[in-house]
Design a protein. Sequence first.
Length: 256
Amino acid sequence: MGIFRTGLRFFKKLLKIRTYFPGTLEPSKREEKCAVLRLKLKSREVRENLLLASFWPFFGLCFYALEWLVPGRVYHEMYHPADGLIPFCELFVIPYLFWFVFMIFAYVYAFFADPRAFRRMMWFTILTYGGGLLMFVLYPTCQNLRPEQFDRDNLLTRIMAWFYTRDTSTNVCPSLHVCGSLAAAFGLLDTRRFSGPVWRRVVLGIALTICASTVFVKQHSIVDMVWGLGFSLTAWRIVYGRPLESEVRAALPDTF
């Protein structure tokens, strides 16, 4: 009798599992689920998020025009005495380039997993990157911190040397690397999946390491980093509407 009951429970679970796979559904149910999916894709929320995401190609075109299509611009060099005390450290090439992975993951994940978080992250991005574009127009900046030659010859220094040839040293203040990494971090922390204390420490740790990497690979002056932080803190208060100290405090261990 016990074996019969166990087998019956197993059979019921098997029937429930089968309903999760579209190939096992009846044609009518499969069509119903496809219709629901199409409605979700056509929803106002998705259309609004796609409209917000269209800021990226707009920003790319504007930034490209400022970098390459506007001749005769007078650039103001960004420098602080503290920059001379910060050595080039090729280990920071890793977090600096990881910025691209971090950004793409954060935006794609939030778009599909948490549309509300994606929407707020995009408004944060529009404020910081849009403000950065405006500053690039009104006060063009540059930096001359890149080393002429590296003390060591290894894979990371070669990667950075190649990166120098592809990336100009103009339009550097505020640091968009800083604004972007914080946009990705705040966006992820705004989702349910990454809202726990452990994930908060991990995400904020990644973002702050990326921010620090900008000065250690000599892509930015510390002035650029501070301006990037200022833009980000201002956008945080506007978009998320709560003190940033609460997020930092939530990420720290209970002993602090």
